[in-house]
Design a protein around this ligand. Structure first.
Ligand code: SF4
Ligand code: SF4
Length: 268
């Protein structure tokens, strides 16, 4: 069986149905500075990219960005990606496979696009052909030489994400005014920043640009089984246990501040 077919078969065993390959090409896709770069295998030739869909078909009200309604992907999806790397190492003896998810020197969206898994939207996120934008991206860097699965497709540039944006930060990277970034900020929020977070409707994260995107319609809703629970409405009672929550890395104070902000807003 050709190498790519073996990789896709192993991926499918772990329910990683979106799986593609691009070259490890640091000229076309420069590495990002991060400590995890020390794990990159010498002689890397290819990057295998897989997607972890997390959207559900629940229509329950949410006060969290969709990605934060499920277990923190660093642990949940990270464990699956590590297993995938082990299976690849067993299948291709003598080659190295190193998994990266989020804390990664790889530009993950660029790798996923280069592997033909989707397009980069004007909101900066990957829009997967299969699942839309509600996906986490995992990459495995390998010494194995593989054919690239690249395709050429672009976002519609329709402007719907920019029109729906509560941070007035699209197009652009919007770090200063994006409601998602502000909800994660440790520094006290100004009145204007608070207003943006309140407008997002989420005590953590913001999905407004993704909800508006027409390229998200009609996509497969099939959350990866590693996401074993779904809590769409956060209260003080459901903050704990903190460890496996998407907001844990910022500490309890930040999420409690946001909850208080929404409570006070409802009380006014
Ligand atoms: S809303 Fe339109 S412009 Fe924005 S990412 Fe989606 S398709 Fe692209
Ligand atoms: S997450 Fe919210 S604030 Fe940030 S770019 Fe998207 S719509 Fe704008």
């Amino acid at each position: 069986m050709e190498r790519l077919a073996v990789i896709r078969r192993l991926a499918a065993e772990l329910r990683l149905d979106a799986c593609g390959v691009c070259a490890f090409d640091t000229e076309r896709r420069p590495l990002l500075a991060c400590r995890a770069a020390s794990r990159l295998p010498g002689g890397a030739r290819s990057v295998i990219t897989v997607l972890f869909p997390y959207a559900t078909d629940s229509d329950e009200p949410r006060n969290l960005s969709r990605y934060a309604c499920v277990p923190d992907y660093h642990g949940a999806a990270g464990a699956v990606l590590t297993r995938f790397s082990e299976m690849l190492a067993e299948a291709f003896e003598g080659e190295r496979f190193e998994p990266f998810i989020d804390n990664s020197p790889l530009p993950e969206v660029a790798c996923a696009v280069a592997a033909g898994l989707g397009v980069r939207g004007d909101h900066g996120l990957l829009i997967s052909h299969l699942y839309g934008s509600y996906v986490f991206i995992g990459c495995v860097v390998t010494t194995l030489v593989l054919p690239c699965t690249e395709e050429h497709a672009v976002c519609l540039h329709c402007g719907a994400c920019a029109a729906a944006c509560v941070g007035d930060c699209l197009p652009g990277d919007g770090r200063d005014t994006c409601a998602s970034a502000l909800s994660q900020q440790k520094r006290p929020l100004t009145a204007e920043q608070e207003a943006r977070v309140l407008q997002s409707g989420s005590v953590w994260g913001c999905d407004r640009c993704q909800e508006a995107c027409p390229m998200n319609r009609g996509k497969r809703i099939d959350p990866h089984p590693c996401f074993t629970w779904y809590i769409p409405w956060l209260t003080r009672e459901t903050i704990e246990p903190l460890e496996d929550k998407a907001y844990a890395w910022r500490g309890r104070e930040v999420i409690e501040r946001n909850l208080t902000m929404f409570e006070q807003h409802r009380g006014t």
